[in-house]
Ligand binder design. Structure first.
Ligand code: PMP
Length: 289
């Protein structure tokens, strides 16, 4: 049986789920999106994702076509209809249909919302999957990377190059400093200190990053919130990246240079473990309600 997608109020077989050729998301990349992790059918840190969605929507002057509570109902429904146990839930909101491909906003825009799920392992990963290779490439994106825009061409091209070079993720850089991963936030560890770039318009404020930083504080681990260079990353003792679909992913090489002893570092694995427990807390919350 094929998956069920949600398009503007309707739940449809994914093969029959369609949007207009005049959708401004398709024509201009005029929309924003979210991806949240799901384990045991439960969304992880969903309220934080929805808060970021509201921030992104506000930044592009677009209103959600339904209330947040209704949106949450739809999210739960689509997880149920797809019997999603583990994976991700994708949702995007675009500025709907354009009249004549005019760049300016339509007079009375009707936002369009699409949702679907992806079944994949994000939690129960075997050791061999926790060994990411990273390639660095220039960051060619626009200057408002804090907005989770659906316009992802720079990341598509960078991630494709990384993939062709046998790597799992790209770390993009600007003025020799790493900004972030193609679809993740970048961290290194040096002298037992965690280093990661500050949140501002140069990176996306990752929901997983935010949660990991809270765990770091709770554990009283040392943290230096600053940008790091590619050279520093090459010489780090550990490196990892975070996202809703990989949690905390250990990095074993950057541009072919081995990080640490070429295995996931102990502090990285500790943080992954702490994040896994944090993720599990959402399942426990649901079971206790
Ligand atoms: N940076 C970029 C550019 C991303 O695309 C993502 C994934 N959406 C992230 C960081 C990580 O964000 P999150 O932890 O919210 O998945």
């Amino acid at each position: 049986m094929s998956d069920i997608a949600y398009v503007n109020g309707k739940f449809l077989d994914i093969n029959d789920a369609k949007v207009s050729v005049k959708d401004r998301g398709l024509l201009f990349g005029d929309g924003v999106y979210e991806v949240a992790g799901v384990i045991e059918g439960v969304l992880i840190d969903n309220l934080a994702h929805l808060k970021r969605l509201e921030r992104s929507l506000h930044s592009i002057e677009l209103e959600l076509p339904l209330t947040i509570n209704k949106l949450i109902e739809v999210q739960k429904e689509i997880i149920m209809l797809n019997s999603l146990k583990e994976g991700t839930l994708y949702l995007h909101v675009t500025r709907g249909e354009s009249q004549n491909r005019e760049f300016e906003f339509p007079e009375a825009p009707r936002a369009s919302i699409v949702m679907f799920v992806q079944h994949k392992k994000i939690f129960h990963l075997t050791q061999d999957k926790l060994r990411a290779k990273v390639m660095t490439l220039p960051d060619l994106r626009w200057k408002r990377r804090d907005i989770k825009s659906i316009a992802l061409l720079a990341q598509v091209l960078a991630k494709q190059t990384a993939h062709q070079n046998g790597c799992d993720e790209v770390w993009m850089y600007e003025d020799n400093f790493v900004t972030e991963g193609g679809s993740s936030n970048a961290f290194i560890i040096k002298d037992n200190k965690l280093i990661s770039r500050k949140n501002n318009e140069t990176i996306l404020s990752g929901i997983t990053r935010q949660a990991v930083l809270k765990l770091v504080q709770q554990e009283s681990l040392l943290f230096d919130e600053r940008p790091f260079t590619i050279e520093e990353a090459y010489h780090s003792s550990e490196a990892f990246y975070t996202s809703a679909s990989v949690f905390v992913m250990p990095v074993i090489s950057i541009d072919g240079k081995i990080i640490g002893d070429g295995n996931p570092g102990p502090l990285t694995l500790k943080l992954r473990n702490l994040y896994e427990n944090f993720a599990k807390s959402f399942i426990n919350q649901k079971n206790n309600n």
